[in-house]
Design a protein around this ligand. Structure first.
Ligand code: M6R
Length: 530
């Protein structure tokens, strides 16, 4: 439960030892049972509290040595901080599976699970790796491991944009981040187009052209919004480079015994670079011999460090729990990848040229969509009493519909279900009624006719229809109750222009309903537990 008793820090029975723990202790129950049998009293329902009790039980006057002895007794994951009130100038930290980073400021040091927490107070950072233990005292810090070996750590500069975190006049970080997209997409493209050869360039892949050309299939692994960005990326790579590409949810990949093939290139996608499911999936793939590249936003994050190379998306710090600009930056990276892989195979100069021109025009197209904000807000007002929504898209717009539904769910708490539009007639149509609006994504492509047929099925059953489209089409206008027209782009790039209206729709819906937009209930920005 979300209660004062369950919040950290947790203490030992003497209240001298305090701990803060991020992660899950899998064997807490047996430890707690034993300690309770021995007479210990617990004050919370957490697994974390057993750590403080165990340290207390084993304490011999040396906090570092005691923590080092206790860690092997814990099964699970931790980013852990320990203090003892008899040693006020000493902090011990330890990491296993959950992030921990040291921030060094002006005569002060901090430990956190994410550099974003440091704000302007820190100039240098040191990332800890799994198995490492840090000791901080008044003057310095030192890092060792459970076997007592000293580990020399590199100090890095903290990126300046991490220190500059403000809403910049916007009511919420989410809205600010939606409005940042023209710039963040531009940053993701900067220096990554090779105009002379009609292709892209990505320095961090650590792969020679010949190695890229030898790839026979691609698998993209991620969670949540990053998974939907990966699903868009999979379509881009399959369509443009003609390489069979599939996606795996990270949590599902860990749940099965995945077959790794040497000709397959694996990408893990993560805004934070710390999502436990994605990190553990990456480690499992690497353990099986796969080459795994990362597509991350957070520079220096665990996934970025442990992957075999990859791409930083440069969208800047994303603070709102609901991911927006990271999604468009992730698909920017995939568009460049698909261009590189496509040009290494059969993609013509003309197709490469066309794609580059449309990609370069995306920031302006998004800028234009932001001018539709008022219209989208009014549409949200009209439907704000609805309790259920259907989101429908086909082809590359199907994962975009899923992302739109996720946005609405997580910040407005309205139930939304995304459906591949062609699947509607196979069962979901039973849900259509006048109180359940359907939001259709209808680009002007070869699937338009089929999408209009699905709209007609909904219309005939009294369902309200909101359409996002890139064409002023009388047939669409005749059936739809509300239409949002976005600028036209290349068929493969429609996810950029179609996702932004849905981000704004979800934002306004949540705002109208008075929700906690930047920190929705039950959610965390980085999900560092499995
Ligand atoms: O940091 P990551 O991209 O790995 O996070 C993955 C998901 O937890 C994340 O995208 C989540 O779904 C967002 N809250 C969606 O807005």
């Amino acid at each position: 439960g979300v209660t004062n008793e369950n919040s950290h820090p947790h203490c030992d029975p003497t209240c001298k030892i305090s701990i803060v723990h991020n992660g899950i202790i899998e064997n807490y129950f047996e430890i707690k049972q034993r300690l309770m049998d021995a007479g210990n009293k617990f004050t919370s329902e957490t697994d974390s509290e057993v750590i403080a009790h165990l340290i207390s039980e084993n304490f011999d006057g040396d906090l570092l040595a005691t923590v080092r002895r206790v860690l092997p007794m814990l099964r699970g994951t931790y980013g852990l901080i320990v203090m003892h009130s008899d040693f006020p100038d000493l902090i011990i930290g330890a990491r296993n599976g959950s992030p921990l980073v040291l921030g060094i400021g002006n005569e002060e040091m901090f430990l956190a699970s994410d550099v974003i927490a440091f704000g302007p107070y820190v100039q240098k950072i040191v990332y800890l790796n799994d198995g490492e233990i840090i000791k901080i005292d008044q003057n310095d810090f030192s890092v060792t491991n459970v076997q007592r070996a000293t580990i020399k750590k590199e100090t890095q500069d903290l990126e300046s944009d991490v220190a500059d975190i403000s809403k910049n006049g916007f009511e919420h970080f989410m809205l600010k981040e939606i409005y940042e997209q023209p710039e963040s997409i531009k940053r993701g493209l900067a220096g990554r187009i090779n105009f002379a050869e009609y292709t892209g360039k990505l320095g961090g892949l650590n792969m020679r052209d010949a190695e890229l050309d030898a790839i026979k299939s691609v698998v993209i692994v991620a969670s949540g919004t990053s998974y939907y960005a990966g699903s868009v990326g999979a379509r881009m790579i399959s369509d443009m480079a003609r390489i069979p590409t599939s996606t795996e949810m990270a949590s599902e990949l860990i749940a099965k015994n995945i077959i790794v093939s040497p000709d397959t290139l694996y990408f893990v996608v993560s805004q934070s670079g710390e999502t436990a499911d994605t990190l553990f999936a990456m480690r499992e793939l690497k353990r099986k011999g796969a080459r795994v590249l990362g597509i991350c936003n957070a520079v220096g994050s665990t996934i970025a460090r442990e992957s075999d190379g990859g791409v930083y998306i440069h969208s800047g710090p994303e603070i709102a729990v609901a991911s927006t600009k990271a999604f468009t930056s992730q698909i920017t990276a995939f568009a460049i990848l698909a261009l590189i892989m496509g040009r290494g195979r059969g993609m013509s100069i003309a197709d490469g040229d066309r794609l580059i021109k449309y990609l370069a025009a995306i920031p302006n197209a998004v800028e234009h969509i932001l001018t539709l904000d008022k219209l989208i807000c009014n549409i949200a007002k009209k439907y704000s009493s609805c309790k259920n929504f259907l989101f429908m898209g086909r082809g590359i717009c199907h994962p975009v519909a899923m992302e739109g539904a996720l946005k609405l769910k997580e910040i407005s708490y309205i139930h939304a279900e995304a459906v591949a539009a062609g699947e509607l007639k196979h069962g979901v149509i039973a849900l259509v009624n006048p109180d359940t609006p359907s939001l259709f994504l209808v680009p002007d492509d070869e699937l338009r006719g089929k999408n209009i047929s699905s709209m007609k099925e909904v219309h005939a059953r009294g369902g309200k229809i909101i359409v996002v489209t890139d064409i002023d089409d009388p047939e669409i206008n005749a059936i739809a109750d509300d239409v949002i027209i976005v600028p036209k782009t290349d068929r493969e790039l429609t996810p950029f222009t179609f996702v932004v209206p849905m981000q704004l729709f979800a934002y306004h819906m949540a705002n109208i309903l008075g929700r906690e937009i930047d920190q929705p209930r039950n959610l965390a920005k980085s999900v560092t537990v499995e």
